[in-house]
Design a protein around this ligand. Structure first.
Ligand SMILES: NC(=O)c1ccc[n+]([C@@H]2O[C@H](COP(=O)([O-])OP(=O)(O)OC[C@H]3O[C@@H](n4cnc5c(N)ncnc54)[C@H](OP(=O)(O)O)[C@@H]3O)[C@@H](O)[C@H]2O)c1
Length: 333
């Protein structure tokens, strides 16, 4: 049994990207386990854009308080248990926080869930394609109601959520166009993931390229970014198109979220629906089962960017906002 626990504590609310010291690494004594508790060693941390939101303000979850362990999803293994439902070696996912060890109990606030050991499958899939990002793509695409032959555009397309959403679009028979920030990402989308086209929004002529890639207009926008990218996609939407607002990452490090024009939504009679994946928790197993089958049969491919070391988590969070990851971003503790 270790005596201490390394934790990243929220010390100050970031302005823009995280600055050194916004999250501070501390070492605290591990409390003695009580009846009804288990101790789990955190092995992998899910690095998600929403963490930057949690640092800033109350939204769909309360902001992380100054002085608290930074909230984060993670994968952990039980190392000691005084809880009737957990034994040593069990594996869980949930809100472990940015730390080496987490106390697992029966309270619902950490969303702990046991996960199986699947032969030949890495544990990290439970944070990515079979975890929060996969199910987010799955239910976001359910909201989109894609039909064969329709054109789907996905922004942040080479990220954890966008890459799966686009591939579900292909499975549903759509023409799929991704928007991403490097040529390497765009090549991955078209060559490995079978996207019909991918546009690097950092090229000066990206709007013309988007127009050329969507000759019949756009029927579905799977929106991960917001701001100028979202507005340009809306400009090309067909009448009565659907906009699934999954995320608005371009605004998370700014004071104001770049809004798309309500006028475009009105004139094009668009249906716009936002969603928060926690609302779908009762149906996660249904989504994970389907995603697992697609992955097993090679219909969905996933990729990970792994950063080593708990102390690197603040840098990893910033990578999301500078485009440093391809696929799911994970910290290996
Ligand atoms: N609604 C929900 O419940 C829910 C759940 C999970 C995730 N989400 C949302 O889904 C989106 C993607 O999340 P993820 O976890 O899958 O992250 P991710 O896509 O793996 O990583 C974020 C990516 O966003 C792109 N990006 C960052 N800043 C940008 C900007 N200003 N303009 C354009 N692109 C930018 C970067 O790629 P480039 O190199 O392409 O710029 C970066 O790699 C986020 O908006 C997130 O909040 C929502």
């Amino acid at each position: 049994m270790p005596a201490t626990n390394r934790q990243l504590i929220l010390h100050s609310r970031p302005k823009g990207l995280l600055a050194p010291g916004d999250l501070q690494l501390t070492e605290t004594p591990l409390p003695e386990l009580q009846d009804g508790q288990a101790l789990a060693r955190v092995k992998y941390l899910s690095i998600d854009p929403t963490m930057r939101v949690w640092m800033a303000a109350d939204t769909y979850l309360p902001a992380v308080a100054i002085g608290e362990v930074m909230r984060a999803g993670g994968f952990a293994e039980i190392v000691e248990s005084r809880h009737p439902d957990y034994k040593k070696g069990d594996r869980v996912t949930g809100l472990t926080g940015l730390q080496d060890y987490v106390i697992v109990d029966s309270s619902a606030k950490h969303f702990f869930q046991k996960v199986p050991k699947i032969p030949f499958v890495s544990d990290t899939v439970f944070l990515g394609v079979l975890g929060m990002n996969g199910v987010t793509a799955f239910f976001g695409m359910e909201i989109a109601q894609p039909k064969k032959g329709e054109t789907l555009v996905v922004s942040a397309a080479a990220g954890a959520t966008g890459s799966i959403a686009g591939q579900i679009g292909k499975i549903r028979g759509c023409r799929v166009v991704g928007i991403a920030g490097t040529d390497e990402k765009c090549n991955w989308l078209t060559k490995d993931l079978r996207f019909d086209a991918a546009i690097n929004y950092k090229h000066p002529d990206w709007k013309e390229k988007l127009a050329a890639a969507t000759p019949n207009g756009i029927d579905i926008d799977f929106e991960n970014v917001g701001g100028e990218i979202m507005q340009e996609v809306l400009n090309r939407m067909n009448l009565h198109g659907r906009v699934v607002v999954c995320g608005l990452i371009s605004g998370y490090t700014k004071e104001n979220v770049g809004m798309a024009s309500l006028g475009t939504i009105l004139v094009k009679r668009l249906r716009v629906e936002g969603f928060i994946i926690l609302d779908y928790a009762p149906r996660f197993m249904e989504a994970a089962t389907q995603l697992g089958q697609w992955k097993m049969f090679g219909k969905i491919k996933d990729r990970e960017t792994i950063v080593e070391g708990l102390e690197k988590a603040p840098d990893a969070i910033n990578m999301l906002f500078t485009g440093g990851n391809i696929g799911k971003l994970i910290v290996k503790v």
